[in-house]
Design a protein around this ligand. Structure first.
Ligand SMILES: Cc1cc2nc3c(=O)[nH]c(=O)nc-3n(C[C@H](O)[C@H](O)[C@H](O)COP(=O)(O)O)c2cc1C
Length: 238
């Protein structure tokens, strides 16, 4: 568990089908709300993967360029709509004050490792844009959750994803969970028959890690005391 870290640069080596199926089988050993497993997984490889990636890249180039420019360009984007998020907008909203420092810290440290200066928006966008090539991974999973179970569906999918990522790690593979892909669900639906009562939770890239320094990134870990809520009349955990 402690040695798993997110991979952000993959080798162009395919993942053998049997290994992928084994990892998915392992993922289903996670607990689940009434054993409902309220999720579905679209597996993008080969041509389908490439088509989705190309459309994402095309939309990202429009969206990122326009977000960097002035209000006129933003209005143009609103008019043409191409590149605008078509689904989950959480990732394009600012973090609340309580969580922002944690997100800023990981961003700052990751960009520093990649040699990207704080104010260099173009370089940051380029690095973020790698999400849309799935960081070169040959397999991208799209995880969908049943709308009816709300947060419990997301919780079940999260448990499944962690099992999946640990199994991949044990099989010598790297993974990257990707909220970045959540904004253009329609692109995935073009390629897969996703039922209407399912919504996109996130993507997940799988493949063999390269030796790129980005894969040595070690995100900060919180101290356990930062997540513990104390009883009202106590100051220490017993
Ligand atoms: C649901 C979810 C979505 C994520 N989305 C992205 C993403 O879009 N791009 C990315 O580079 N990392 C993404 N991550 C990876 C996190 O940044 C990473 O897990 C965190 O910084 C801790 O680092 P570690 O996984 O190496 O321990 C995501 C992680 C989760 C759990």
């Amino acid at each position: 568990m402690a040695s798993r870290r997110t991979t952000r640069d993959f080798l162009p080596i395919p993942v053998p089908h049997e290994i992928l199926m084994q990892i998915l089988t392992d993922s289903l050993t996670a607990p689940s709300w009434s054993n409902t497993r309220p999720f579905k997984i679209a597996i993008a490889t080969g041509e389908v993967r490439d088509q989705i990636s190309n459309e994402f890249l095309s939309r990202w180039s429009v969206l990122s360029a326009i977000m960097r420019k002035g209000i006129k360009n933003k209005l143009r984007l609103l008019y043409s709509r191409y590149g605008l998020p078509t689904s989950n907008r959480t990732i394009v909203k600012p973090y609340v004050a309580e969580l922002r420092p944690r997100a800023e810290r990981v961003g700052k440290e990751l960009y520093e490792l990649c040699g990207i200066k704080r104010g260099d928006r173009a370089a940051r966008d380029k690095q973020w844009g790698k999400n849309y090539t799935f960081f070169g991974a040959p397999v991208e999973l799209f995880i969908y959750i049943h709308k009816s179970l709300h947060i419990y569906a997301a919780s079940d999918a999260g448990l499944m994803m962690q099992n999946l990522m640990l199994s991949a790690h044990a099989h010598g593979l790297g993974t990257c969970a990707q909220g970045a892909v959540n904004i253009w669900d329609d692109v995935i639906r073009r390629e897969f028959n996703i039922p209407k009562n399912y919504r996109l939770l996130c993507g997940l890239a799988i493949g063999y890690q390269s030796n790129d320094p980005v894969n040595s990134f070690s995100a900060h870990r919180l101290d356990v005391h930062e997540i513990i809520v104390m009883p009202k009349n106590k100051t220490e955990v017993e």
